[in-house]
Design a protein around this ligand. Structure first.
Ligand code: G3P
Ligand code: CA
Length: 239
């Protein structure tokens, strides 16, 4: 069975990585969602893809320079549509509250460049508080962050993200000694051989971000285990 992830919630219908975007994806019946976490100046986990908020509010700067209280004053919804005026970045806790326990969560740790010291422990503490350490995959392009997670809790399934191509990432994943359960490649270079090798090494393969149905079907034919998508038609699809 193929397991698709609503990438940052249902981001074509509501501002990405916000409570309305996650709620819509859940209403559509998605089985898995992907979200990104970062840290505020005063060490709170907030859900957002970009380090800088300018894309959502041209007056706003870097997340790391704001306290949570300040972040909660920044409207990031209006730039999407006026009906979302007043929507602000959610904390990870707020997102966990709206996600049912049977929904698989892929939480991506945003830590490039390495600006969020201690984010891994805060993330695990938060998941523990919400009894949400099951049905979760933690991923990152920052593979040292994955190592840090494993040192805190070796039982957590890890997803290894790759932006550029590297030689034999399946061997690299194995040699890392980390509890990698899935490889998350950029879909543009994911081909049949790539999928075959990952699977031969025992990894699930979840390429990102696949919005075109024809490309999605091709990847399914290659044997991927699912995909990250912004397209509701794809992220609710069960093959
Ligand atoms: O986790 C899959 C995908 O979200 C990685 O890329 O830039 O959308 O966070 P990005
Ligand atoms: Ca992401």
């Amino acid at each position: 069975m193929v397991l698709n992830f609503a990438h940052r919630g249902s981001l074509t219908e509501a501002p990405e990585n916000t409570l309305p975007a996650f709620q819509l994806a859940i209403e559509h019946g998605v089985k898995a969602i992907e979200l990104d976490v970062q840290l505020t100046k005063d060490g709170h986990l907030v859900v957002c893809h970009d380090h800088k908020l300018t894309r959502f509010n041209k007056h706003a700067g870097l997340i790391k320079d704001y306290t949570l209280e300040e972040i909660k004053q920044i409207d990031i919804g209006s730039s999407f549509h006026e009906k979302y005026k007043g929507v602000v970045l959610p904390t990870l806790s707020e997102v966990l509250e709206v996600c049912p326990k049977d929904l698989l969560l892929n939480i991506e740790v945003k830590n490039i460049p390495v600006i969020y010291q201690g984010i891994e422990k805060k993330l695990i503490d938060c998941l523990r508080e919400h009894e949400r350490l099951s049905n979760v995959i933690l991923s990152s392009f920052d593979h040292v962050a994955l190592k840090n997670i494993q040192e805190i809790d070796p039982s957590i399934p890890l997803g290894m993200l790759f932006y550029y191509r590297i030689l034999n990432p399946w061997e690299y994943a194995k040699q890392s000694g980390l509890n990698i359960t899935s490889i998350h490649p950029n879909n543009v270079y994911t081909d049949k051989e790539f999928v075959r090798e990952c699977k031969a090494f025992g990894y699930n393969v979840y390429p990102y971000t696949v919005n075109d149905m024809e490309r999605y079907e091709q990847l399914v034919e290659y044997g991927v285990d699912g995909a990250f998508s912004n397209n509701p038609e794809i992220f609710v699809r069960e093959n």
